[in-house]
Design a protein around this ligand. Structure first.
Ligand code: C5P
Length: 236
């Protein structure tokens, strides 16, 4: 499969056409960004790690009955994925209060939530990805009622699969963000990536942060903690 024209460049990845209409090339970059792009750095090795970790997670989800756009990891930095139209909604699933939820609701970071919750954010950099509800989604016309229901259910399903996988290797899945797209038949399909860039992952015993908060909050080497996650998931 050959890399064709560059279709899209995001903060962490580039998407290229291939000679096959429904398959795209994804290249994982070494860029790290936080606070809607206000904080930026190039971190050698980050792309390779996120490509490996996302691959392992999408494979584990597939084994557990959750399909995604992921087709194959083809090199250190690259994957092939199925082409989808990204739905501009970031689906955030939370088990423990942290980050923006802790701040917005005044709940101490680390407080377990009574139950898992799902939130929607409007994926729009110029607006800073605002928090939105089902009514906002309706008036914006960015997803149907049925699709919103599917996003909610799939968010919880991914959590149900990933929580025990992480728990088994001594990692607490605090929260994470998912993105979805529509395939050529209009079906909702899990897309983007699932990595320490998009999840909060804490060591179950020491509570050490093993995710992008290390970069956001200047807590040490991002590469060192992403390597821990890769190793715990069985990667090399
Ligand atoms: O910042 P906040 O607490 O809302 O983030 C919730 C989860 O979603 C975190 O795991 C964070 O890494 C992820 N997230 C993301 N991309 C965004 C916003 C949040 O991956 N644009």
């Amino acid at each position: 499969m050959n890399k064709g024209q560059l279709l899209y460049e995001g903060k962490a990845k580039r998407l290229y056409q291939t000679e096959q209409d429904d398959i795209l090339f994804v290249e994982y970059k070494n860029s790290a960004t936080a606070f809607n792009g206000e904080k930026k750095a190039e971190i050698d090795g980050k792309g390779v790690l996120n490509n490996q970790i996302t691959t392992l997670i999408f494979e584990k989800l597939k084994t557990n009955g959750i399909d995604s756009h992921f087709v194959e990891r083809i090199s250190e930095h690259e994957q092939l994925v199925r082409k989808v139209d990204i739905i501009p909604i970031e689906v955030v699933v939370r088990n423990i209060a942290a980050g923006s939820l802790a701040k917005r609701l005044g709940v101490e970071e680390g407080t377990p939530l009574k139950r898992t919750i799902v939130e929607f954010y409007y994926k729009d950099d110029s607006l800073g990805d605002p928090f939105i509800n089902n009514d906002h989604i309706d008036i914006l016309g960015i997803a149907t009622k049925e699709e919103v229901e599917a996003l909610y259910k799939l968010g919880l399903k991914v959590n149900t699969v990933l929580q025990p996988i992480f728990e088994e290797v001594g990692v607490t899945l605090v929260d994470f963000k998912l993105e979805f797209g529509r395939d050529k038949d209009g079906n909702v399909l899990l897309a983007d990536e699932i990595s320490p860039d998009t999840c909060r992952l804490w060591d179950a015993e020491t509570k050490q942060k093993l995710d992008k908060d290390v970069f956001r909050r200047d807590l040490g080497s991002l590469i060192d903690v992403y390597k821990i996650i890769l190793a715990r998931l069985g990667g090399k």
